[in-house]
Design a binder for this molecule. Structure first.
Ligand code: GLY
Length: 369
């Protein structure tokens, strides 16, 4: 079965996210109506090896001219130098404003290719073909594109919505287990933010998705995309409600930064999972959320094989974590903004959170290890 989720909002051209099995084979037919001229398929070495040929064959079968442009796998490709190289190749291929970029890969490829599309000749169309669970449920939808600089992650970018997102559940079968679990953290996050019924399913039958069950994965991707699309439709530029999608990210980002963004120690998804558990426990400690809800959130995250305690990630100092959190780009006017929860399925944006309370909380978390 194929499910189409519309994404629409006041400020951008509506588009569809198509979720189903075997969609890579249909890529050409889906891209053909958008591509008047040529396409360039931007991918990385790993995904290119696995799916590059199938993507090009599908485009060719639909009469769409496509070329592969491969970047090194890994976060280091989200750089000015790689962006320059990609845009230079696009110019060398003589792409013009009617041509289309296809981003075939995970979050790194989507961010880099999306930004290249946003900048090339002041903006050309692009199609997201996310090949990781994290990219299917989060980064391919909503139009955030960016590269990193030595001063921080995602600091240079643009909002550039894709024309189409094609999420093929079958490609998730080639993902390493740890990467699948990491994407599952963002799935759990969506339930925690605003859908307790979805979270109940993820805690029960849906839990099979974290282990690769294709049916559960499909339902999890569809519901995640519906949730994300509704939020992005209301608040494309993160003036308000979109910030809810950062649940777990302010704690998580600080932890990742302290670990030097070393994915071998802690993946982004694992950091988000841990950050969600911390956000719920902090909310409970502040009397904002019943402690039982925080315990349940933690139990379901842990059952998916994701970390919920700082000691599982490394050794930390509370002051260093809080300094990172206050310096996070989500902090406004020097005050700390956190996404907290009233219960499972009801997250909210808490402005002006007392940094001393966060420090004391983290000290207790570290001491409890
Ligand atoms: N990943 C959070 C957002 O797209 O807003």
């Amino acid at each position: 079965m194929t499910t189409t989720v519309p994404v629409s909002g006041g400020g951008f051209r509506p588009y569809e996210v198509v979720v189903g099995h075997g969609l890579l084979a249909e890529l050409g037919a889906r891209v053909a109506p958008l591509a008047q001229g040529r396409t360039v398929v931007i991918t990385d070495e790993t995904v290119g090896r696995l799916h590059g040929k199938a993507a090009l064959a599908s485009l060719k079968a639909a009469g769409v001219h496509g070329r592969l442009l491969t970047v090194p796998a890994g976060e280091a490709s989200k750089s000015f130098s790689e962006l320059e190289r990609v845009i230079d190749r696009m110019l060398a291929f003589q792409l013009d404003r009617k041509d289309v970029v296809v981003a075939l890969g995970g979050g790194v490829v989507g961010d880099l290719a999306g930004l290249a599309a946003a900048l090339f000749m002041r903006g050309i169309d692009f199609v997201q073909v996310p090949t990781t669970l994290l990219a299917q449920v989060d980064s391919s939808v909503g139009g955030k594109t960016a590269i990193d600089t030595p001063r921080g992650k995602n600091l240079v970018g643009a909002f550039h919505q894709p024309r189409l997102v094609v999420a093929d559940i079958e490609v998730l079968a080639t993902l390493p287990e740890r990467q699948l679990r990491s994407g599952w953290a963002e799935v759990l996050k969506h339930g925690l933010i605003c859908d307790s019924g979805f979270f109940d399913w993820l805690a029960g039958d849906g839990a099979a998705g974290a282990k690769g069950d294709p049916g559960a994965l499909e339902r999890a991707v569809v519901r995640s995309v519906e949730i994300k699309s509704a939020i992005v439709g209301e608040d494309e530029k993160e003036a308000g409600r979109r910030a809810l999608l950062n649940l777990g990210h302010t704690f998580g980002h600080a932890i990742e930064a302290e670990l030097g963004f070393d994915e071998a120690k802690l993946t982004h998804g694992e950091a988000v999972a841990l950050g969600c558990a911390l956000a719920f426990r902090f909310s409970a400690g502040q009397g904002l959320c019943p402690p039982g809800e925080a315990e349940r959130a933690e139990g379901v995250i842990a059952a998916a094989g994701l970390p919920t305690r700082l000691a599982q990630a490394g050794t930390f100092r509370s002051a260093a974590l809080v300094k990172r959190m206050a310096g996070d780009k989500k902090a406004e006017g020097g005050r700390m903004t956190l996404i907290l929860a009233r219960r499972i399925g009801e997250a909210f944006v808490a402005k002006e959170v007392d940094a001393a309370a966060v420090t004391a909380f983290l000290e207790r978390e570290i001491a409890a290890a």
